[in-house]
Design a protein around this ligand. Structure first.
Ligand code: HEC
Ligand code: HEC
Ligand code: HEC
Ligand code: HEC
Ligand code: HEC
Ligand code: HEC
Ligand code: HEC
Length: 386
């Protein structure tokens, strides 16, 4: 999916006042604007303190007409969590849908939900330090970044009491295991997040297929089959600070699974640590002959007449990609790194949560011979320890 050809519904978050078509991103051309033109930047979305500033309707980046701009302009202040949340909590079409560790519960969370934003009442920018509007923090999916944020910006690299033999064991784990792995044992604790999305089933009448307290499986006419779940155990992978990324026009695996942004690093990479992720499994449209993903025109396109070929023709043209005329569906997996919903210390993963018979980790899949408490850690394996 892409912003190209879907401007008006997407640009309320993919910011820019009046970003309604290609011309917006056309420095120097008639009626064109530059992305760095400050008159197109929406300051109020982050600096409104009234909570009334709203662009929920598809207004091409402008606020809804009902907003009292005079009142808003008189009440500007430092961003609170809900300002950032206007965009970051609702990506992918709803609350907590995309990330799984970021939804509107963070506006006013219990201490158990997130220690920093709950018990300690941190703003987002307390961790995502901001200088001259450069907001630090690496995204999992997009390659832009204005600096990184780490748990160790504030905490020691070995934060556990080294006088206690058991707690010092935890410190010894910090070379191979990210802080988040033990401290975010569950995610989407209170609000369901989308974990499966099968676009190939769209166009059928909407209905609920299965519903329990922890999950919902449904058909949405527009979007296809969706599975939403909560209180999930993360999936674990080695991550050395970079993700590979699928870019527009790259080839996909037409028969198997394409990983759109897998983390880089493995057990032999000393920079890599075991890191928690939400996995998003989807079936998305691809060009059957040319073997790349399709950028469909959704609004005033697929969502109106449910014709993939037509939506593909229009969307691919706007995206500047070739389209053979034939649509198929391919399996993709996206990785979403978990950094929020840090639990109180007593809920962190401890020895038996990983080394017990019901341990949360598949050690073999991570590259170990077996449970490393018995077979040795990655440095013992290499024989290079001490
Ligand atoms: C409610 C706000 C919101 C809307 C509406 C929105 N996005 Fe996004 N989108 C985001 C945010 C925020 C990010 C940055 C990553 C993140 O925090 O989710 C993002 C990231 C993306 C990415 C990068 C990969 C990914 O999945 O994160 C793509 C592609 C994307 N959006 C496409 C779209 C398209 C296409 C539309 C319109 C159909 C759209 N977005 C509408 C908030 C939004
Ligand atoms: C994406 C969110 C965002 C947008 C959009 C945004 N700001 Fe900010 N702004 C911030 C954050 C975060 C801070 C730091 C607040 C803090 O110190 O807690 C900040 C700080 C400021 C400050 C205080 C001085 C400083 O630089 O620290 C001013 C003045 C300001 N912004 C004006 C603006 C103006 C004018 C615009 C529109 C051109 C704008 N902001 C758009 C997030 C934003
Ligand atoms: C108007 C919608 C909007 C608001 C409000 C907003 N963001 Fe974002 N933010 C985005 C989008 C869209 C991206 C993805 C940018 C891209 O991929 O080019 C993003 C990216 C990010 C990233 C990932 C790193 C990067 O530079 O891409 C971080 C971290 C972030 N925002 C934090 C914040 C914080 C903190 C606030 C509140 C002070 C905030 N955002 C407010 C839309 C928004
Ligand atoms: C306790 C610290 C902390 C707080 C508070 C916090 N974050 Fe983060 N966030 C992180 C860390 C650490 C990362 C990983 C950044 C990196 O690797 O550079 C991250 C990553 C992100 C990303 C990138 C997500 C991805 O995987 O693509 C976004 C967007 C983001 N945070 C938004 C927010 C917003 C919005 C808030 C407030 C509601 C917030 N954060 C509050 C620590 C925090
Ligand atoms: C192997 C799992 C594991 C890893 C990795 C881990 N922790 Fe912990 N951490 C725990 C457990 C379990 C506790 C609770 C210990 C106790 O009983 O006091 C804890 C406690 C803490 C505390 C509270 C300490 C206190 O004395 O009050 C902080 C702060 C903390 N961890 C931060 C971190 C940071 C930062 C990292 C990464 C550098 C990290 N942890 C890595 C499992 C881990
Ligand atoms: C901007 C600074 C900052 C960042 C970044 C940060 N923390 Fe903290 N954290 C604190 C402070 C301050 C406290 C409260 C004092 C303490 O316990 O150390 C705290 C407390 C904690 C606690 C103890 C909670 C309890 O129950 O007492 C844990 C665990 C923890 N942080 C883990 C993390 C993890 C994991 C990350 C990265 C995702 C992280 N922190 C990022 C500042 C930060
Ligand atoms: C989050 C899962 C997790 C938790 C919690 C955890 N471990 Fe481990 N443990 C691992 C992994 C992964 C390794 C391999 C680390 C490496 O490759 O260096 C390991 C390695 C070990 C080793 C072998 C060390 C070596 O270098 O040969 C021992 C012994 C051990 N753990 C004991 C413990 C004890 C005791 C605790 C509780 C204080 C604990 N573990 C908590 C996952 C965990």
């Amino acid at each position: 999916m892409s912003i190209k050809s879907n401007w008006c519904s997407c640009t309320k978050c993919h910011a820019g006042y009046g970003w309604k078509d290609e011309a917006f991103d056309a420095c120097g051309k008639k009626d064109g604007f530059c992305f760095d033109d400050p008159s197109r930047a929406d300051c109020l979305i982050c600096h409104d303190t009234t909570g009334t500033y709203d662009k929920k309707k598809n207004t091409c980046g402008y606020p809804n007409e009902s907003v009292d701009l005079d009142k808003v302009a008189r009440h500007v202040g430092k961003p609170v969590r809900a300002n950032c949340g206007t965009c970051h909590w609702y990506g992918g079409g709803g609350n907590n849908v995309k990330h799984g560790d970021m939804g509107d519960t963070l506006a006013d969370p219990d201490p158990d939900h997130d220690v920093h934003m709950g018990a300690l009442d941190f703003t987002c920018q307390e961790c995502h330090t901001t200088e001259s509007h450069r907001i630090a923090g690496r995204s999992t999916t997009s390659s832009v970044s204005e600096g990184k944020v780490s748990c160790t910006d504030c905490h020691e690299r070995t934060p556990h009491d080294s006088n206690s033999p058991v707690l010092d064991r935890l410190n010894a784990h910090c070379d191979a295991i990210a802080c988040q792995t033990c401290h975010i044992p569950k995610y989407a604790k209170q609000t369901k997040t989308t974990t499966r999305w099968d676009w190939s089933q769209s166009g059928q009448p909407s209905k609920t297929l299965k519903k329990t307290d922890q999950m919902v499986k449904k058909i949405s006419k527009k979007k296809g089959v969706l599975v939403e779940q909560k209180n999930l155990t993360p999936s674990y992978d080695w991550y050395n600070g970079t993700h590979r990324r699928y870019l527009k026009g790259d080839p996909v695996n037409l028969d198997g699974v394409t990983y759109l942004n897998p983390p880089m690093g493995d057990i032999d990479d000393p920079e890599a640590k075991i890191t928690p992720y939400k996995l998003m499994k989807s079936k998305v449209p691809a060009d059957k002959k040319l073997g790349h993903l399709i950028v469909p025109k959704l609004h005033n396109g697929y969502f109106t007449n449910y014709n993939w070929e037509e939506a593909a023709r229009k969307g691919m043209k706007a995206a500047g990609l070739d389209f053979s005329g034939e649509v198929t569906f391919v399996k993709t997996v996206m990785h979403w790194r978990l950094n929020h919903e840090v639990a109180p210390k007593q809920d962190a993963l401890s020895c038996l949560d990983c080394h017990g018979t019901e341990g949360v980790m598949d050690f073999k899949a991570l590259g170990y011979k077996g449970d490393p408490a018995a077979t040795g850690g990655r440095t013992t394996k290499e024989g290079s320890k001490q």
